[in-house]
Ligand binder design. Structure first.
Ligand SMILES: C[S@@+](CC[C@H](N)C(=O)[O-])C[C@H]1O[C@@H](n2cnc3c(N)ncnc32)[C@H](O)[C@@H]1O
Length: 421
């Protein structure tokens, strides 16, 4: 059976975990009016003014996902500003103003940058959030990448933490770390009368005792969260992806379950993952279609609404739709992609051809109902499950059966069976 592409602008996935909404576009201008004053935490990890172009490495086909040797390198986003610092700071100002409007009175902003622009950003934040709402300059110190002999190697990022108002909600007890992780070598190691291990220090005529089994709380230098290593299983292929442990700390310290967390430059969706892990709802916005497809894949087990219009491509889809007892079996038979690779795409190995089902990264089956496409079952290629499942079962419910496909270029298409002539 031949299927045809149709329009659609809402894809709803029902998952087991707290979920949220994904939007594609410029976070300064997309319509976020429904979230005004309702967001508890905004994390911003915008371009850093590096002058570089950043990529997304898309693995291709079963062997690409199993072995990692077959992939496309696609442009994800540009961190180069022809208009110089003024253009960059206009972007930052726009994002910060948006963040300010979204936050509730108890809300918190975390702006992640590095030493290039953090001083300018601090002044902008003081203007938009008010100097009196500055809470912390967090230094995220890590060991990764090369070393320089021309200057001290730059091994930290800066995360500016501001409150929306004096009513900030912040609970450091939710981000306790084991005491052994804190600096304590200037203290005396001992045990108390009950034999409980502790460290003591004398200061101002008093003795302070810190028990090894009591939690400690992070200060504003975070050296205990490592950068993602090359082979880290968390890696999605999206350049500049941040570690989940970092975002878990940020989300946990300023939210309660049910709160809304927004990331206006969400990239691969790390913040949204952290929100879902902590039972928060999320809002993710990004300009890049690759960011949206990576987020979609990472968040397939959440209750997710992708509010991004489906596109039309020249691809051709053949699939069988067989009614069974209580369900349809939908089986992919043939897929002829129509891949117009953007300029600058790199192929590994050189000459790699992307044909048939290899062009599909994710697919799902569901129904068109109430103006949306509702997903019932999905399948996505992953390192643990590199092969695409070609048969999915759809319960026999009200509505028009449909298929959605995300191809290796991050294009999302929506399909229904072609009516017989
Ligand atoms: C440093 S990356 C974010 C990485 C992310 N924190 C992660 O863990 O994967 C910056 C992101 O900002 C996005 N971006 C840049 N300008 C934007 C804008 N005006 N609106 C929305 N997203 C934007 C880029 O597409 C890119 O994905």
């Amino acid at each position: 059976m031949i299927w045809r592409q149709i329009d659609g602008d809402r894809e709803q996935i029902v998952g087991d975990r707290a979920g949220g909404v994904l939007l594609q576009g410029d976070a300064r201008t997309v319509d976020l009016s429904a979230y005004q004053g309702r967001v508890q935490c905004v994390y911003l990890d915008p371009p850093f003014f590096t002058g570089d172009e950043f990529n997304f490495r898309m693995r291709v086909g079963e062997s690409g996902w199993a072995e990692g040797k077959q992939y496309l390198t696609l442009g994800a986003y540009s961190d180069s500003f022809p208009g110089g610092q003024a253009q960059y700071l206009a972007l930052l100002r726009g994002l910060l103003e948006r963040a300010y409007d979204l936050l509730s009175d108890t809300g918190a902003l975390f702006l992640h940058l590095d030493s290039r622009m953090s001083a300018h950003a601090r002044i902008l934040c003081d203007q938009i959030f008010k100097e009196s709402n500055f809470i912390n300059e967090i230094i995220w110190a890590y060991q990764s990448g090369g070393r320089s002999k021309r200057h001290f190697s730059r091994k930290h990022d800066v995360i500016l933490f501001y409150a929306k108002s004096r009513q900030l909600y912040f609970d450091i007890t939710r981000v306790a770390v084991p005491r052994r992780d804190t600096r304590s070598n200037h203290m005396r190691r001992t045990v108390d009368a009950q034999g409980r291990p502790c460290r003591t220090i004398r200061a101002g005529g008093k003795i302070y005792t810190y028990y090894d089994d009591e939690p400690a709380y992070p200060d504003d230098v975070w050296a205990d969260v490592s950068h993602l290593q090359q082979k880290d299983p968390q890696r999605t292929g999206y350049d500049t992806q941040k570690p989940l442990a970092l975002l878990n700390r940020i989300v946990r310290c300023c939210t309660r379950p049910g709160d809304i967390v927004a990331d206006l430059c969400c990239g691969s969706g790390t913040t949204l993952m952290a929100a879902a892990e902590n039972d928060c709802r999320f809002l993710g916005v990004d300009l890049s279609p690759h960011a949206i497809s990576v987020c979609r894949k990472r968040l397939l087990d959440t209750t997710l609404e992708v509010r991004v219009p489906f596109t039309h491509t020249g691809a051709r889809l053949e699939a069988d739709l067989v009614p069974g007892i209580g369900y349809y079996e939908i089986e992919l038979q043939n897929y002829e992609p129509d891949l117009a690779f953007p300029e600058g795409t790199r192929f590994t190995p050189a000459g790699l051809r992307v044909e048939g089902l290899d062009a599909i990264d994710q697919w799902s089956v569901g129904f068109l109902r109430d103006g949306a496409y509702k997903v019932y079952v999905s399948n996505a290629r992953r390192k643990q499950t590199p092969a695409l499942r070609t048969l999915l079962e759809l319960p026999l419910l009200r509505g028009q059966a449909a298929i959605s496909i995300v191809d290796v270029l991050g294009r999302r298409t929506l399909w229904v069976p072609e009516e017989e002539k």
